[in-house]
Write a protein that binds this ligand. Sequence first.
Ligand code: AMP
Ligand code: MG
Length: 478
Amino acid sequence: MSKTEFTYLNLPSLFYEKVQPSRLPKPEIALLNQALLNVLGIPNNNLPKLLSFLQLADPNPEAQTFAQAYAGHQFGHFTMLGDGRAIIIGEWVQAENLRYDIQLKGGGRTKYSRGGDGKATYRAMLREYLISESMFHLNIATSRSLAVIKTGEWVQREMVVEGAVLPRIMKSHIRIGTFEFARHFGTLNDLTALCNYSINRLYPQLKTKENSAAALLETVMVSQINLICEWMRVGFIHGVMNTDNVAISGETFDYGPCAFINSYNPNTVYSSIDRDGRYAFKNQANICKWNITRFAEALLPLLHTEEEKAILIAKEIIGTFDQIWVNQYYKTMLLKLGITEVNISLCDWVNELLKIMEEEQMDYTNTFLALGNPDFASETHHCSERFSTWRNNWEKYIENSIGLSKAQAIMQVNNPAFIPRNHEVEKALDEMSMGNAKPFENLLQVLQNPYTYNPTFHSYTNPPQSEFDKKFKTFCGT
Ligand code: AMP
Ligand code: MG
């Protein structure tokens, strides 16, 4: 039987502020994730019931809603942050060991809002809804969006725009930045409480480990490596991998300036604020390691009572990062080529193909799709001599090993046909903002079945014009 709990509030009070979401002047449902709400058993058959569940109806003196405190390294610089425009309305316990935070993004001001207004814009919330749902259907661990609710308020950004609230679920919003907050602003007891809470909630199997903080560090490191390899698999660029946006649950979240790569260029950056390419596609592995190192620093006093020994433990764990990354990355990329073993000479298939794709400006998604899917390949193909030679050699290898049909079956579950192409996302958002929901609904529908190439939807596989994509910029979730 599902119910709402608030176990996070058992942490010392510096970890949160109890705060109620702002009332909405004129709420209106723009999007409803009916299927997900039904799975969760959340009442959604009428607006008043849903608003009341989300604590957006009349003020509720009993409400235990709260904003989380956290810090983080933003573009390399440490700073105090916290939920400045997000409020958790509770933990939805669906079954034993299945607990989700329900958070309202754009829920109103909190004591962590600094100069911000605590609000979110309609367009940015539509974008988060679309991309997070796409990630879910790509089988990548992610927060999920329950709805987009227009607030009926206008929000001041560069221009005055419509406001919205996005209720979303996640196994937990605890981030590396929460640990950095505890380390810098709390006591050893606070840090211990956070560590124990996180283990109990997310990784209970670590409770009995001799050094559970070290086990947590290692587990979070591996789950981040696995997650980011999945991003690389589908060409996803998160865009703002600050430590406050790294969930220790291993879920992707905070869909701000993210976007998917088109023509393959490992240096691709879409985020308007990432001027030095810190979070470029190819840097995601290095940044992952950098972020995990910040996590280790925050955990240091729990790794060992003597600092020197604690540093050694941290170094030993992080010292395994590169090898785990290389194994997981090539395992992931080789599956995109229908190859299930991993060894150094096989990795060259990947490296060589990526080099050709980069130099010949080939589309990342469509190149892999065409290799594994004859239906798609017949509609589009790239045939430079260099690529044809690579392809012939690879085909020979496949025929002499696993066989083409088995390889294709593997490739078809690892290579999406449909990703949210930047131009399609922009079109859907533009139209939706003008009151035409059709392009958004159609795109969402296509993205719900990303691994099955369906010729009816062929146009959704078209990359954007190269001029469009080179100039395309994304913005933080404002
Ligand atoms: P994000 O870019 O969404 O990861 O947010 C970074 C930090 O800025 C977090 O502490 C947010 O809570 C805060 N923030 C972002 N937008 C707003 C806003 N409109 N009002 C208050 N705080 C905000
Ligand atoms: Mg964030």
